[in-house]
Design a binder for this molecule. Structure first.
Ligand SMILES: Nc1ncnc2c1ncn2[C@@H]1O[C@H](COP(=O)(O)OP(=O)(O)OP(=O)(O)O)[C@@H](O)[C@H]1O
Ligand SMILES: [Mg+2]
Length: 179
């Protein structure tokens, strides 16, 4: 599970818990993330089938001005989308789904490092538990869990200074409370 071992040195900032009552609400939250995201940000989306990882990424993409239809990369493993940050600087969203990968060698073959190192890249990774201990860099871990047919619990866990700042901005904007 991302969040152990290799991540032990990363600052654990204040978390945020949220109940989404609809796919639209989940997408709206993702949109806010996209509005505040910048190059280098990494989002790890953890949660069971149908928890809303792709729905959240659709919102994230919309917040980054991505014009493409964002669909599950389950078979492609990685979908790339062109977008931009709030200042208009070009960005590339790498939407990655590791579900089908079983071994370390398979994960290594995806070329994740290049995407993570893209200076204009933002990565959103579904099924990050497949990474094992590999994520040693800062990230915002988002754990999604179905509560009912239309309700999802979202837990935002920042790992590192920048993800903490990003989450503080979202909290202040969405809930009107200071960081
Ligand atoms: N509050 C909600 N937030 C997000 N999705 C919801 C919500 N309520 C119902 N849903 C439904 O749950 C499903 C979420 O699907 P999505 O593809 O985003 O899940 P996923 O976590 O990416 O699953 P997978 O592991 O299969 O990729 C959609 O059919 C969506 O309409
Ligand atoms: Mg998905």
């Amino acid at each position: 599970m991302a969040g152990n071992g290799a991540n032990a040195g990363l600052t654990r900032g204040a978390t945020l818990d949220f109940i989404s009552h609809s796919p639209e609400q989940t997408r709206r939250l993702g949109w806010r993330l996209g509005q505040h995201a910048r190059a280098g940000d990494l989002f790890l989306l953890s949660g069971t089938f149908g928890a809303g990882k792709t729905a959240l990424t659709q919102g994230l993409a919309a917040g980054l001005g991505v014009a493409d239809r964002v669909t599950s990369p389950s078979f492609a493993l990685v979908n790339e989308h062109d977008g931009h940050d709030a200042e208009g600087a070009s960005l590339r969203l790498y939407h990655i789904d590791l579900y089908r990968l079983e071994t370390e060698a398979e994960v290594a073959s995806v070329g994740l490092e290049d995407m993570l190192d893209d200076p204009a890249g933002i990565c959103a990774i579904e099924w990050p538990d497949r990474l094992g201990e590999r994520v040693a860099r800062e990230h915002l871990l988002i754990m999604l869990a179905p509560v009912s047919e239309t309700k999802r619990r979202l837990a935002f866990l920042p790992r590192g200074a920048r993800p903490g700042e990003l989450l503080a901005a979202i909290r202040a904007e969405a809930f009107g409370v200071g960081s």
